[in-house]
Design a binder for this molecule. Structure first.
Ligand code: ZN
Length: 414
């Protein structure tokens, strides 16, 4: 491989993935707009036309912002690489700090801050204009700043030492460094899976045990049937930031838990809450968290091995607009460029995620009534203004959950 060939390959991949993103979003926008004035047959009588139109408009508003973000991201990546910004920042930091791992950390931090600042207008627009206009935003500027400060501290406290360890291993462990880095990466992820629900998430939200006595009794019966310790059930004050409702399953071992947003509990009837809980228990029963970790581990091992092959090749750096390579530059360039090459493969991971959702739905239909889960899903789609008529191709790339109509059709068969 020569540097100029690699530049061409990178530009071709970037053009392909950017064009694909834009094309999918345009399709999605047209599809949603074309179905805006008619509630789909399966939802007739359950969802009002005014709510259906709101979902269409909300989807369109998010997509319009998305177009701007795709353009900004693409230009930023080009500026960092072929535009020479990364080489410039690297050289400036080298003058300032020398060539050690501290310089590497400063390089990552600078790029992260630049990316954050450039993405800031879009992020603020999303929360304070789009979410606000559709009645979802509960975030205030002070809370936004507090979240930002906590996030930055976490990034420094957790990301800093991790990155330092990775850079050190890459230099110290010889040809097979990628295997040792993988071990550290794996260990950190497992640790985070325990720390996230128990330590990190509580920094941002309050988690309380479920209060409602009759609901609790109903739920404890379900948990006992499914073999899940009831100590793992929590209510989160999601209403602090957003009116969107949700439920999720996280962690493993003693740290595993199911979390209900307070906004979800407010909207659903007790039997519907039970059905949603049964769906989350389906993820637990089918070991979806463990399967996801196994897959991510295998993929990250493959990517680290690939980086191991690239990091000593001069064409890898020169082809991406950086004259002289270094450990930190290699890792940084790789992490910036990899998603460009991976986007066309997004349907594979989405398909796995959708398969898991179907399995969890099927489990819920066994343990509770399918009709209750259907009723809960309809309410969730309505209250979150989630579109019922996504473009099928856009959905294949972007959606972790199957379209509402398909989930409900399967539940009807259950
Ligand atoms: Zn699910």
């Amino acid at each position: 491989m020569t540097a100029s060939n690699f530049t061409l390959l990178f530009l071709a991949a970037l053009a392909l993935s950017t064009a694909l993103r834009l094309w999918l979003d345009v399709r999605h926008m047209r599809h949603v707009a074309a179905h805006r004035d008619q509630v789909p047959g399966d939802f007739f009588g359950r969802i009002e036309l005014v709510d259906h139109r709101k979902a269409a408009d909300y989807t369109a508003a998010k997509l319009r912002l998305g177009f701007v973000e795709i353009a900004v991201d693409t230009l930023l990546l080009l500026a960092f690489t072929l535009g020479g910004a990364l080489a410039l920042i690297d050289a400036a930091l080298r003058d300032l700090l020398g060539g050690g791992h501290l310089q590497g950390l400063a390089l990552f931090a600078t790029v992260a801050v630049v990316g954050f600042v450039i993405g800031l207008p879009a992020s603020l627009y999303r929360s304070f204009v789009i979410e606000e206009r559709f009645g979802f935003n509960k975030l205030t500027l002070p809370l936004w700043f507090a979240d930002l400060a906590k996030g930055a501290v976490l990034a420094v406290v957790i990301g800093g030492p991790l990155l330092y360890a990775v850079l050190w291993l890459m230099n110290a462990m010889g040809r097979h460094w990628w295997f040792y880095v993988w071990l550290v990466w794996l260990g950190t992820n497992l640790l985070l899976l325990v720390l996230y629900p128990t330590v990190i998430a509580p920094l941002f939200n309050k988690f309380t045990p479920l209060e409602d006595a009759s609901l609790k009794q109903r739920i404890e019966a379900l948990l006992a049937r499914c073999g899940f310790a009831s100590s793992g059930l929590f209510v989160m004050d999601g209403s602090k930031r957003s009116a969107h409702g949700n439920a999720y399953f996280t962690g493993f071992g003693a740290a595993r838990r199911i979390v209900f947003f307070d906004t979800l509990l407010e909207k659903l009837a007790p039997q519907e809450i039970e059905a949603v809980l049964a769906h989350e228990l389906g993820h637990f029963r089918h070991k979806h968290v463990v399967k996801r970790i196994a897959l991510m581990s295998a993929m990250s091992l493959a990517f680290l091995w690939l980086l191991g092959q690239l990091i000593d090749q001069p064409w890898f750096y020169a082809g991406l607009g950086v004259g002289a390579g270094s450990t930190a530059l290699g890792l940084l360039l790789f992490s910036m460029v990899l998603p460009v090459f991976l986007f066309p493969l997004a349907p594979l991971t989405s398909a796995l995620s959708r398969k898991h959702e179907y399995e969890a739905d099927a489990y819920a239909a066994q343990q509770t009534a399918a009709a209750d889960l259907i009723a809960a899903l309809v309410k969730l789609y309505r209250d979150n203004a989630a579109t019922l008529t996504p473009d099928p191709l856009h959905s294949l790339f972007h959606d972790s959950h199957p379209p509402a109509s398909q989930r409900i059709a399967r539940l009807h068969q259950a």
